[in-house]
Ligand binder design. Sequence first.
Ligand code: 3HC
Ligand code: NAI
Length: 700
Amino acid sequence: MTQPVRYDRQGAIGIVTIDSPPVNALSQAVRQGVIDCVGQGYADPAVTALVIVGAGRTFIAGADITEFIKGGMADPDLNDVNALIENGPKPVIAALHGTALGGGLEVALSCHYRVAVPKAQVGLPEVKLGILPGGGGTQRLSRLVGAKTAIEMITTGTFLPAAKALALGIIDHVGEGADPLSVALDFATRLPAGPHTRTRDREEKLAADRGTDVFDTARAALAKSARGQFAPQRCVDAVEAAFTLPFDEGLKRERELFTECMAHDQAKALIHVFFAERAVTKIPDLPADVTPRKLEQVAVLGSGTMGGGIAMCFANAGIPVRLLDLDRAALDRGIAVIAKNYAGTVAKGRLSQADMDKRLSLIQPTTDYADLADADLIVEAVFEDMDVKAKVFRRLDEVAKPGAILASNTSTLDLDAIAANTSRPADVIGMHFFSPANVMKLLEVVRGRHTAPDVIATAMGVGRKIGKVSVLVGNCDGFVGNRMVQYYATEAQRLVIEGASVEQVDKAALEFGLAMGPFAMGDLAGLDVMGFIRARRVAAGLIYGTPLSDRIDPSRKGQKNGRGWYRYEPGSRTPLPDPEITAVVDAYRAERGITPREIGNEEIARRLIYTLVNEGARILDEGMAMRSGDIDIVYIYGYGFPAWRGGPMKFAELSGLDKVLADISRYHADAVAAGDADGAYWEPAPLLKRLVAEGRNSFG
Ligand code: 3HC
Ligand code: NAI
């Protein structure tokens, strides 16, 4: 195996190159290699200065996160690497390109100078993993930029472009071109005579912020913006230590806080999410040599709520899209909504008028199927009605060119049945966007029985191209996300029937960290739509909601007409408690002879989340999701589940699968004892029972 770090020399400059693909992460071997090679440079009498540079696409992108999972970092410690660099006898220049992140930036901050190519980015994104910089980043960055900027960077994990980092004083020079080594070698010829200031000795910014209220202000702001999260507050504590303690003491304090974060469940959850997000792109049964199909022209059918948003996704990515609807009037309405959405973004200053015009010009409205003949991908988003979809797919089969991918955005219909209307089921796939399609990051890619591997690869790639997180799922009712949410929404109603209020249930969900409570979510989706789904499912002997929802006045459609589980003031999306709903609930309980009981918020949250876990386990068992992490990603990107809880499946593992199973079994027994068939989904999932019986605490 080649060495991950090598030393060589150009003239009087010693060059330490980190070559550990893909991102030069600071594994144990890299840390040791840097120590060895820097030592070699110090010992080399012909060398007056050293450059540390990354091979390949980037400087060091941080600590090796895989080591965290394996149980921590073996010696040498990153702080020892950094101390060797900072306290050495010769100046060291960090030559940055790609992304100098986390431990990577910490190495750079320990160097005496930092130079970069214009496209380089720097950041301390540890907080996104539920931890904080543990290699001196909080102490050294604070000395370069002061408390406010350090807190901002460290608590948000934002990446800064080289120019911004230069302006802030994080780096010293931005050179031309793409080769960081040339920039550094050029810089080295102009190196000041010295002494070369160590970052640890920079005092001026410390004095300015010492004793101010900047830390308390940050803590108060984070209590709201990062509610429930552990690491962000510890980040502030660590930065504050730079202002209150001598450097070495500050380093020690930083390490204590780092260790505390690392031991916390939130770090385990967020590190899981980091890898799960990357794992979703991997499809084990796709042949390695599968080549995605060409994608130059797209068409979308139906210019309604979803079709319009989907067309925007493609136009935003610079891909021309034909938008077809039944008639001119429907199309005009659809285009007007799209234009209004873009205009809103322009008004907020997030899009230029020229870009809006360009995007709109990429969307070509039509009512003529013949115009779809050149499309490489056609996404259908017409009414959710099998007869309508069948007709549309038969027509598409006639007009689409050979090799075109025919995708459906159906949320509840059987994809194989849709595909059966064509002579080419291998070209048919589901692309299930979430509303609003141009905003929500999740794309469920639904694989049908006959879907070809290259069609799957293309759809997953398309998702990436238009900025979505794509998760491949199987063809079952509701796919992954909606299949799980139906029991979650039902349980919310059962909790109200038992004694909680609509507002309390939503509050408990918010306290847990969800972006929105189940009733507010129902109002957003539309109670009329949910009513249709309930009718269909109940007729098929399936569960969806409870009879309580049948008592709600059917004119209450949710946010769209300002009346749902809540009431809304005109133009406002703020849910307000409605006495009319309370009266319906009271009457329903009285009629059923139910004496309401006090239910704690913790029990409410647990019951809501465990419905997801139990159904998720079934989905996994049936192979409708490839990995439990895929289900977590669906929930985080599609349903506002807090990433710091890891997603529902990881949350269950962190809670202990045996405990989760015990609770689920109890809820099931309660439902059976009460004769409540609406709670039948509490029947423990066979996978959960198997895992617990085998003494395992992981979905694998
Ligand atoms: N450790 C281990 N593996 C890493 C890694 C890291 N720090 N960063 C990326 N990888 C792996 C990914 O898992 C992926 O592996 P795969 O190909 O097997 O799936 C591969 O590198 C490529 O990563 P991406 O697919 O994410 O590539 P991109 O080009 O899209 O993004 C990146 C590159 C911006 C560097 C992004 O990977 C990233 O943000 N990485 C994490 C950076 C980070 O969080 N650094 C801080 C680590 S914690 C730390 O440093 C603690 C210290 O303070 C002590
Ligand atoms: P919508 O009613 O807003 O829009 C449907 C559009 O299709 C209308 O403009 C209609 O004129 C057009 N249309 C109907 N028949 C057509 C035909 N034969 N040819 C061409 N156009 C035709 O409906 P919405 O909400 O956009 O839903 C569309 C699809 O997306 C459905 O399958 C739905 O289940 C799915 N979906 C909806 C989500 C939502 O939140 N609304 C979320 C995810 C998927």
